[in-house]
Design a protein around this ligand. Structure first.
Ligand code: IBG
Length: 222
């Protein structure tokens, strides 16, 4: 065994992408085992690898961890990306829960029926621009530091950069009204581990396509 964490999911972003981001930002090499068909999921379910019969699942430190948030909590704690005390952690938790809410909107956009997509998209962008991004712009403005919490890199920064880039894929000028988020993006993208992850050929997944959705439905719908 290599000792590297092993990620079990399909070959797409979905719920695994924030985990890939966090490991990459922490400078941790990882392996991936892709589910290509329903039988691949059934096999993991039958051999007892999945506590709730669901992926993402990550093999790490002799454990088979499931539940996206639990996996991220473990990695963030292990690699010191979860604040220095309870209060910093509470702030990080609040920020990342907001980001999860926005991420959920983005994830579910791709599965909206054609006649609902336009309305859904407008609501999603409205939430990004008028609910979530102003909060993070204000946090950075008020304390004037480089990172969201405690003036050191945390999981909240990593997840914010991921979400900024995803929203920009939908609306390239989304940061126009947010100067601090623009400089945050530039700064974070220049951290060596993150810079590497942003290069072509890394384990970062491309935007979700219609083919990804068709494939995911075949694997995950019972
Ligand atoms: N709360 C769990 C978590 O956060 O890890 C949810 C995990 C989950 O929904 N897993 C799905 C699964 O394994 C795959 S992600 N389903 C099989 C089953 O039998 O329940 C599916 C998904 C995608 C994109 I891809 C958007 C939303 C869900």
């Amino acid at each position: 065994m290599s000792g590297k964490p092993k990620l079990h999911y399909f070959n797409g972003r979905g719920r695994m992408e924030p985990i890939r981001w966090l490991l990459a930002a922490a400078g941790v090499e990882f392996e991936e085992s892709y589910l290509d068909k329903k039988e691949d999921l059934t096999k993991l379910q039958k051999d007892g690898s999945l506590l709730f019969q669901q992926v993402p699942m990550v093999e790490i430190d002799g454990m088979k961890l499931v539940q996206t948030r639990a996996i991220l909590n473990y990695i963030a704690t292990k690699y010191n990306l979860y604040g220095k005390d309870m209060k910093e952690r509470a702030l990080i938790d609040m920020y990342v829960e907001g980001m999860f809410d926005l991420n959920e909107l983005l994830i579910m956009y791709v599965v909206q029926p054609a006649d609902k997509k336009e309305e859904y998209f407008a609501n999603m962008m409205d939430k990004a621009e008028n609910r979530y991004f102003p909060v993070f712009e204000k946090v950075l403005k008020d304390h004037g530091k480089d990172f969201l919490v405690g003036n050191q890199l945390s999981r909240a920064d990593v997840q914010l950069l991921e979400i900024i880039l995803m929203v920009e894929e939908c609306k390239p000028d989304i940061l126009a009204k947010f100067p601090r988020l623009q400089s945050f993006k530039a700064r974070l993208s220049n951290i060596p581990t993150i810079k590497k992850f942003l290069q072509p050929g890394s384990q970062r997944k491309p935007p979700t396509t219609e083919e990804d959705i068709t494939r995911a439905i075949k694997i995950f719908r019972s």
